[in-house]
Design a protein around this ligand. Structure first.
Ligand code: I3S
Length: 127
């Protein structure tokens, strides 16, 4: 996309626009509500922002102003072939029973997200 990328931040593994919805929260099925948000992958967290501006990290707001966040420690992520009619969907499941679908129309973009989140989870599991 054509948005301006903020200066590189040492904590950020990956960031960009993604479509996402909750599927389950605390193990309870949720009504899907697909939204497009700015998503930031940190070492232990995935953070969701209304837009890129809200993701600007300062001393007083070290994570910016996220709308939602998700603890990646112990989580799993993989392709979700039959959980949506959309293409290029992955499902992230956390130890707290949160389940999210992440989607992007561009397959190479969602592959990069899948791999980046996978690697982050593996690293988080070994500390
Ligand atoms: O898996 P579902 O329940 O068929 O998901 C679709 C619905 O949630 C639909 O909303 P309503 O049932 O509230 O009208 C959404 O608009 C669709 O986007 C959902 O399906 P996809 O296949 O887009 O994930």
């Amino acid at each position: 996309d054509h948005t301006t990328v903020p200066p590189p931040h040492p904590m950020i593994e990956r960031q960009g626009r993604l479509n996402w919805t909750k599927l389950m929260d605390a193990g309870k099925k949720q009504r899907k509500n697909w939204v497009q948000q700015w998503v930031v992958l940190l070492a232990n967290n995935l953070l969701f922002y209304k837009d890129q501006k809200q993701a600007i990290m300062t001393k007083s707001t070290p994570h910016g102003k996220p709308e939602s966040s998700c603890d990646l420690r112990g989580a799993t992520i993989d392709w979700a072939k039959d959980k949506s009619s959309k293409k290029n969907v992955v499902e992230l499941q956390t130890v707290r029973g949160l389940s999210l679908l992440l989607q992007h129309d561009d397959q190479s973009t969602i592959k990069k997200w899948l791999n980046a989140v996978k690697e982050t989870i593996q690293r988080a599991n070994h500390v």
